[in-house]
Ligand binder design. Structure first.
Ligand SMILES: O=c1ccn([C@@H]2O[C@H](COP(=O)(O)OP(=O)(O)O[C@H]3O[C@H](CO)[C@@H](O)[C@H](O)[C@H]3O)[C@@H](O)[C@H]2O)c(=O)[nH]1
Length: 458
């Protein structure tokens, strides 16, 4: 732990698992760099302060009704949070800024999707840095939506799906980050909020590293010429911690089950915290796994499939201990386990990065938004995975698993994944690109304080 800086940072995560994890990891990093940490969180998906006794927590009402909080419409949820949190967030900031018993606030670090924080922070004259929890490549694509419209890529046309997006190799038109290939007005508003919110910030932090997303980072530096950009990932590797920010309860039984399996044999299957699928798709996955003859560990989170009995009849009986199914796994520990041979993922950014860090080759099956971009980079950019291009069909699933885990054809992919792991494990060590960028971030935060002290003294 570095010497205390006598400064407090206010961190405001978006209340979704894939956003909470990296924000709290960033909080740990900055705490170890000497800052005091205050986390502001919504009642919706509220956090458990007892797992982070070294931070201060403040919960704000988000104004969501019961039905709004239960919505499966992600775009609606994000729009509602941006509209309804404004006043409670402002009141919370005013209280925190006027609390003379606490160390002075150096800045706010907000999830970039909470773009409403820009006007609140401006009105209170608090410098605002944003955290992009997704990758830099997908961010660069989001930031170029107007260009993509001008060039005719958007809205998507069925006849052009397989064409390359020349400005963003190796992305194809079908990989553009949308939901169900549609671009609604609400979605457009979110995308411009995200991009304009970053442009109006005092800095953008990315959970990525130079060697992984060099081109995208260079492009972002060009697009945001006056905004410092800090690629300081992979966050979870800097100072691994046992603190958990999981919204689901973790089933550790899978680790002792993995201990009984052969090295590099198990397919770990997880589609993150939001993705959902139809019963028919779920059934294809089940039979693809069963027919592959490889052992598998499958996370079937509540809500992944809408069915009272999700498993197809006869499936569980065929397994004979070859499959282990849990509701929520300790994913980072799982991916680091020597028994893991492949990760069948939806390519949420955290899962993608966690897989890269452990050298685990991926079976890519993106569901929506940035996941399409991440999956294309994993399969065609870094070439550390195979993408299921034709939906979920048991025969293709079985062939893809065997190719990636056992067959000669997958050997180069497996080797490349290990090489990329080496790079991932160098960047956060002394002298590495993320290590240096983190030093830059700390200096930058300290340089912002003249602005905030002036405003706090009024
Ligand atoms: O059984 C499990 C399954 C997941 N995880 C963790 O949960 C997180 C899931 O994050 P991610 O892989 O990014 O998936 P989503 O939950 O789908 O993440 C959302 O947030 C991401 C970051 O912004 C986006 O890239 C995704 O598209 C968006 O859906 C990761 O840290 C996993 O380690 C577990 O610990 N146990």
């Amino acid at each position: 732990m570095e010497e205390r800086k006598g400064r407090r940072l206010l961190l405001f995560p978006l209340p979704l698992q894939g956003h909470i994890n990296p924000m709290l990891e960033l909080a740990n990093i900055l705490h170890l760099k000497g800052f005091s940490i205050t986390i502001i969180h919504t009642h919706f998906n509220s956090l458990n302060p007892s797992t982070y006794p070294h931070f201060t927590f403040h919960s704000i009402p988000d104004g969501l009704s019961e039905s709004e909080a239960a919505t499966k419409d992600l775009v609606l949820l994000l729009s509602l949070l941006n509209a309804k949190c404004i006043e409670p967030f402002r009141e919370c900031l005013v209280r925190l800024l006027s609390d003379a018993s606490e160390e002075p606030v150096a800045c706010l670090i907000s999830d970039v999707i909470h773009f409403f924080t820009e006007s609140v922070a401006d009105s209170l004259k608090i410098p605002r840095i944003v955290l992009r929890t997704g990758g830099a490549s997908s961010f660069a694509v989001f930031a170029a939506f107007s260009l993509l419209r001008e060039k005719g890529y958007l809205p998507l046309q069925e006849s052009r799906l397989e064409e390359p997006v020349i400005e963003f190799p190796p992305i194809k038109v079908k990989d553009l980050p949308l939901i169900n290939r549609c671009i609604t007005e609400e979605y457009s508003k979110l995308v411009s909020g995200l991009s304009n919110g970053a442009k109006a910030s005092c800095g953008v932090i990315f959970n990525t590293f130079e060697d992984l997303e060099e081109h995208a980072l260079a492009r972002i530096n060009q697009e945001l010429p006056n905004i410092p950009v800090f690629p300081i990932g992979p966050f979870h590797k800097f100072y691994p911690t046992s603190s958990s920010s999981d919204l689901f309860s973790i089933d550790h039984s899978c680790i002792s089950w993995l201990d009984t399996q052969a090295p590099k044999s198990v397919v770990y299957v997880s589609f993150g915290s939001i993705a959902a699928m139809k019963e028919a798709e779920f059934s294809e996955i089940a039979w693809g796994l069963a027919n592959s003859n490889q052992p598998f560990l499958w996370v079937v989170r509540p809500g992944l499939v809408q069915a009272s009995e999700p498993f197809p009849s006869g499936f569980l009986e065929t397994l004979n201990g070859r499959g282990h199914i849990v509701k929520w796994a300790p994913q980072k520990e799982v991916l680091a386990h020597p028994a893991i041979g492949a990760f069948w993922t939806h390519n949420g950014w955290n899962s993608t990065l966690e897989s890269v860090c452990e050298g685990v080759p991926m079976i890519c099956m993106p569901c929506f938004t940035d996941q399409m971009v991440n999956a294309r980079f994993a399969s065609d950019g870094w070439k550390v995975g195979l993408q299921l291009e034709n939906g979920m069909e048991r025969g293709e699933i079985e062939r893809t698993i065997r190719k990636l885990v056992v067959e000669k054809e997958g050997e180069e992919i497996r080797e490349r994944a290990l090489k990329l792991k080496e790079k991932a494990n160098l960047c956060f060590k002394q002298g590495g690109s993320s290590y240096q960028s983190l030093d830059g971030l700390v200096k930058h935060i300290l340089s912002l304080e003249s602005v905030v002290f002036q405003s706090q003294s009024h």
